[in-house]
Design a protein around this ligand. Structure first.
Ligand code: NAD
Length: 363
């Protein structure tokens, strides 16, 4: 099969949908890989690395889309890409179609078989192609928190780990899921004092089993959140209620009583945020003040570390992409029900219920 990887064109998107290792896997299986010139540059992967792994570099996006039976991307197509899609082509990428009627219509008009990373779902209901981005955001959160805690970052001027004879900073992580557990791991690595809250005590048991007393776990409720937050230097919001907006766990009034110069990182901002005053920010302008605290609410945190994010994403997408190339999408979906759930559009029809519902379309 001919596999095409165009350069991402969405604003501030530096990831790429394949790595040299991925190119190598495809070519070993007898497929041809076409990569647009410069597609990996934002992730610090050169054309030469792709070529050495067996890819053919093509100068333009038009050529890549033209050549490919299977197109691998990171983000949904944007308007300037719509005309490049063609009937019968398989597109495997984050699509988030419920959020965009225009993009949905473009896939229908062009009769593309659209398979969305975010709806590939395992039998335990976990989303394997979203998890790595939660890992990245979680691990990044204490790092950005530490930066803004510095006086030069506008914060209280504390070092997360303190030094000998000096108290460490207190980090509160709310949510012990994928991003929260990764945030806790790095906050501990920085030697801050970590308190981890979750409503699900099972999650806290798992954390306890791993950390054996190196962090404190507490069942999440309004009373305990207030107690924890008032004592915190850094608060990381990492909650998710599937299919719903994030619950507002920290009010404006509570922030007004927090330590001056404390920092709040809201990872859950893509679901509306879990602090009352959270509003989405960008890497260009990531923070703002609420009372005397600093809020960091970047909605695409992994975008700050595209090299790591590209490798993390392609580690999990590659096995599915190989199945698509080796067997074709129909047979690959028949073999793997998780992948089958990724199918969103085919032959001018929406075939994924929630997307059809979002746009009032038949399935
Ligand atoms: P997850 O499902 O793995 O974990 C969420 C946890 O929150 C669960 O353990 C759940 O029990 C807990 N929770 C729910 N309500 C709670 C409450 N009231 N108090 C305490 N805990 C509560 O989710 P995840 O993969 O870690 O994702 C968390 C959020 O981060 C999601 O909204 C996700 O979309 C978002 N995210 C954001 C970025 C970014 O760049 N900002 C990147 C990746 C993921």
């Amino acid at each position: 099969m001919k596999v095409g990887i165009p350069r991402e064109v969405k604003n501030h998107e530096y990831r790429v949908a394949i790595t040299p290792a991925g190119v190598n896997e495809f070519t070993r299986s007898g497929h041809q890989v076409f990569v647009e010139a410069g597609a990996g540059v934002g992730s610090s992967i050169t054309d030469e690395e792709f070529t050495a792994a067996g890819a053919k570099i093509l100068d333009t996006a038009d050529e890549v889309w033209d050549a490919a039976d299977l197109v691998l991307k990171v983000k949904e197509p944007v308007a300037e890409e719509y005309h490049r899609m063609r009937a019968g082509q398989v597109l495997f990428t984050y699509l988030h179609l419920a959020a965009s009627r225009d993009c949905t219509q473009a896939l229908l008009d062009r009769e593309v078989t659209g398979i969305a990373y975010e709806t590939v779902e395992l039998p335990d209901r976990s989303l394997p192609l979203l998890a790595p981005m939660s890992e990245v955001a979680g691990r990044l959160a204490p790092q950005v928190g530490a930066f803004y805690l510095m006086r030069t970052g506008g914060g209280r001027g504390v070092l997360p780990g303190g030094v000998s004879g000096v108290y460490a900073a207190k980090t509160v992580v709310i949510g012990a899921g994928v991003s929260g557990m990764n945030a806790a791991a790095i906050a501990l690595g920085l030697q801050s004092e970590v308190l981890l809250l979750d409503k699900n005590v099972g999650r806290l048991r798992q954390a306890d089993a791993i950390y054996r007393g190196h962090l404190q776990t507490v069942a999440s409720n309004a009373y305990e959140i207030e107690r924890a937050v008032l004592d915190a230097d850094l608060v990381i919001g990492a909650v998710l209620v599937p299919g719903a907006k994030a619950p507002k766990l920290i009010s404006n009034e509570l922030v007004s009583r927090m330590k001056p110069g404390s920092v709040l990182v809201d990872i859950a901002i893509d679901q509306g945020g879990c602090f009352e005053d959270s509003r989405p920010t960008t890497h260009a302008d990531p923070v703002y003040r609420v009372h005397e605290s600093i809020f960091y609410c970047v909605a695409n945190m992994p975008g700050a570390v595209p090299n790591t994010s590209t490798y993390a994403l392609t580690n999990v997408t590659l096995p599915y992409a190989l199945e698509l190339a080796n067997h074709g999408w129909r047979e690959a979906s028949r073999r793997d029900p998780a992948l089958a759930l990724g199918l969103n559009t085919h032959s001018g029809q929406v075939v994924y219920g929630p997307v059809a519902e979002a746009h009032g379309l038949p399935t």
